[in-house]
Ligand binder design. Sequence first.
Ligand SMILES: [Zn+2]
Length: 85
Amino acid sequence: MSTQTIPQPAPQLEQLQATLKPCPFCGGRAELRVVTEQTSPEGGFCVAACDLNNTCAVYPSAGGETLAAAAQAWNHRAGIQPGGN
Ligand SMILES: [Zn+2]
């Protein structure tokens, strides 16, 4: 008898991106992306950032170990760092 556990599927990126609030500085769309895959020993790293990095004056971003964490950090504003552009 198999007691194999199926890993929980990660929440869809598009699904989480839809929950992101707009950029607090320019009101533009926020983009969610994976920077480091979770296959690395340190775990993954994901960011939510203003999509308008060419025109946004601040280009803020917020990071987390998972897409959900990055989205939460962005939406809660506490984790937002200004970009270096
Ligand atoms: Zn912006």
